[in-house]
Design a protein around this ligand. Structure first.
Ligand SMILES: [Zn+2]
Length: 318
C-alpha cells in the first residue's frame, strides 16, 4: 500500500520552552477551532501488557535516528521501575485503535483483537492540560492520528492535549490526585493552578450527566423522566461551554438525541443530531458515520407529516 503524504501544518506552532513544563508547543498565529494541526502515523503500535523486551525489540527495527530520539523522550518517575524502554513507551504512547494480536494459550495459538497504544514522536511533545485546546482522533481506516484545535487558540497560547480524559470530569483535588498517580506529575494547568469551587461544581454536574445518568423514579412517568434527563443534558451542554471543555460535547449531543428519539420528539432529535454532527466535525472531521447516518434518516423522516413537535419542554442551548 502506498502511503499518502501526511497533512502537517507545522507553520501554525513552534516548539518552545514552557515555564515549569519543559518543551511544548506554542501557537504562532491565531488558530480557529476545528483546524487540523497535523496528522501522524505511529512509529509502532503495541498491545496492552507489553514487556520491556517487546518495546526494545520493536525499537530495534526502527531507523537509528528514531532510536536516538526515543532516548530523549520524557519518562516520569513512576515509569522508571518499568525499565527505560517500557517506561518511555508507557509515558508517551497514545491509544491508537485496536488490532489483531497472536497469542499462545496452553499449546493453542490464537488471534485476538486488543487495544493498541502507539508511539507518536511529534505528539509526544504536547504537554497536558485539564482544559485541553487540542483534541486527537484515531482514524482506523488510514491508521493515522489527527490533531485538531478543540477551541479557538490565540497566538502565544500553549497547545495542550489531555493525557487522561477520565480526569477531566473530576474536581480539581481528585483530578490532581489521579494525574499524580497515573501520570506522575502535579498538574499546574490553568484549570488546576487555583482552587475554583464553581469549576468543580460544573465538572461534577458533567460527571453526573455523562458517567452516572439518572434512573427513572418509581412514581415518575417515562415522559416525565425523559423530560428531566433532557433538561439535564441541556444544562450539561451549557456547563461544558462555560467550562470551555469541548471533549464530551459529541457524547452529550448523542445522549440528547437518544432521549428525544425515545420521546418521539423528532424536531429536537434532529437538532441534537445536527449538534452532534457539528461537535464531531470539530474534533475529528466528518468521521462519525453513525451520527451522519442517523442525521440523514432524521432528515428523511421530517419530510413526512410530524404530529409530535417539541414534546420535551426544554430549549436546546446554543
Ligand atoms: Zn490540570
Amino acid at each position: 500500500m502506498t502511503l499518502r503524504p501526511l497533512i502537517q501544518n507545522f507553520d501554525l506552532f513552534i516548539t518552545s520552552n514552557i515555564p515549569g513544563g519543559g518543551l511544548g508547543y506554542v501557537a504562532v498565529q491565531d488558530i480557529p477551532k476545528g483546524t487540523l494541526l497535523f496528522e501522524e502515523r505511529p512509529i509502532f503500535r503495541l498491545p496492552e501488557g507489553v514487556t520491556e523486551s517487546d518495546v526494545r525489540n520493536a525499537l530495534a527495527s526502527q531507523p537509528p535516528a528514531f532510536q536516538q530520539q526515543f532516548k530523549t523522550l520524557f519518562i516520569g518517575h513512576q515509569y522508571l521501575a518499568n525499565g527505560p524502554y517500557l517506561g518511555r513507551f508507557r509515558a508517551n504512547a497514545l491509544p491508537c485503535g485496536t488490532g489483531p494480536i497472536r497469542q499462545v494459550r496452553g499449546n493453542v495459538q490464537e488471534v485476538v483483537v486488543r487495544k493498541l497504544a502507539g508511539l507518536l514522536p511529534v505528539a509526544s511533545r504536547f504537554n497536558h492540560s485539564c482544559l485541553p485546546n487540542v483534541a486527537f482522533q484515531w482514524d482506523s481506516h488510514e491508521e493515522v492520528m489527527r490533531f485538531y484545535a478543540a477551541s479557538d487558540i490565540p497566538t502565544a497560547q500553549e497547545l495542550c492535549i489531555a493525557y487522561d480524559v477520565t480526569s477531566l470530569l473530576l474536581t480539581r483535588a481528585d483530578r490532581r490526585a489521579r494525574l499524580q498517580t497515573i501520570c506522575g506529575f502535579e498538574c499546574h494547568c490553568p484549570a488546576c493552578i487555583v482552587e475554583n469551587r464553581e469549576s468543580d461544581n460544573r465538572r461534577l454536574a458533567l460527571y453526573r450527566a455523562i458517567v452516572q445518568p439518572p434512573q427513572q423514579g418509581p412514581a415518575e412517568t417515562r415522559v416525565d423522566f425523559l423530560s428531566r434527563r433532557h433538561a439535564q443534558i441541556c444544562n450539561a451542554l451549557t456547563l461544558s461551554k462555560l467550562e470551555n471543555l469541548s471533549y464530551y460535547r459529541e457524547t452529550l449531543c448523542f445522549d440528547g438525541w437518544k432521549v428525544a428519539e425515545e420521546a418521539g420528539d423528532r424536531n429536537n432529535a434532529m437538532l441534537w443530531l445536527e449538534k452532534a454532527s457539528a461537535a464531531a466535525a470539530t474534533v475529528g472531521g466528518n468521521h462519525n458515520a453513525e451520527v451522519q447516518r442517523r442525521l440523514d434518516a432524521a432528515r428523511a423522516a421530517l419530510q413526512t407529516p410530524n404530529r409530535q413537535p417539541y414534546i420535551l419542554n426544554c430549549h436546546l442551548p446554543q
